[in-house]
Design a protein around this ligand. Structure first.
Ligand code: F6R
Length: 252
């Protein structure tokens, strides 16, 4: 799928390093919360958002930002990986954000990784996001293959929540989150249509290992072989990169 007719409205900021990128990302999320105290916020897990989550939690607590009416959503989960596994997305978000913020269970929404429940899990998440009027802010990372969440290459841009077969690269790179070799085959994820309907979409990327895919995000046709190219069409999209990730990017 190649969409040439989309307008390119997205903003890009190149920050000195991981710390600065994370501070700006956290600040963008705080701006959303200040503008809308009952915001619905969606978060990726993984190495990239770690510091953003820490800074966000610190600032919310230190600045007494009222999040009692906010709702927090986990972007995705590995199918078959239980929440107590340190490599699960649930474990990440609970430990880097939700526990620190002392959220009550009715304030966070995470996918159950049990495959037998995946159809109802997708429906539940879709219904929740739609009932909330869409996501107010979504924070995503990017895979080396250009995936966002588990929206793997070739997934339709129009998908809402769904289960995806994982790309080989996602399976091999994904081992870094686990203490022992782990069988990863599928993921459950918020879809790109939710990202496109989000009032603000922030993609963060840091480190030299992301430089090649970031170049492709800016220079390729907008097409679902590189799902993150969809960011270029988001009416309120923001890409934050550190200098290393932006090294090969030429912004026109
Ligand atoms: C994880 C997720 C993935 C990651 C991506 C980058 O919840 O949605 O799409 O954002 O694979 O991972 P890191 O940040 O570990 O490089």
């Amino acid at each position: 799928m190649i969409l040439k007719s989309y307008s390119q409205k997205m903003q890009t900021l190149i920050l000195k390093d991981y710390e600065e990128m994370s501070q700006v990302a956290a600040n963008e999320i705080i701006k959303t919360i200040r503008q809308k105290p009952n915001a619905t916020l969606c978060f990726a897990s993984g190495d990239t958002p770690k510091r953003t989550c820490q800074i966000l939690a610190e600032r919310i607590l230190n600045e007494n930002i009222d999040i009692s009416n906010c709702q927090f959503i986990g972007l995705d989960e590995w199918i078959g990986i239980p929440p107590e596994n340190e490599g699960s997305c649930t474990y990440f978000l609970m430990n880097y954000l939700f526990k620190t913020l002392n959220l009550s269970p009715n304030q966070y929404h995470l996918f159950n990784a049990d495959e037998t429940k995946s159809v109802e899990e997708c429906k539940k998440m879709d219904d929740f996001i739609n009932k909330s009027g869409g996501l107010d802010c979504i924070l995503v990372g990017i895979g080396l293959n250009g995936h966002i969440g588990f929206n793997e290459p070739n997934i339709p841009f129009t998908n809402y929540c769904h289960v995806a077969e994982l790309d080989e690269l996602t399976v091999s790179v994904g081992q870094k989150y686990f203490n022992t070799a782990t069988l990863l085959t599928k993921g459950i994820t918020v879809g790109l249509q939710h990202l496109m309907e989000a009032k603000k979409a922030i993609l963060i990327a840091n480190g030299a290992k992301k430089a090649t895919i970031m170049k492709a995000v800016y220079e390729s046709e907008i097409n679902n072989q590189i799902p993150a190219t969809i960011m270029r069409t988001h009416p309120n999209g923001l890409i934050l990169m550190d200098e290393a990730a932006a090294d090969l990017v030429v912004i026109r």
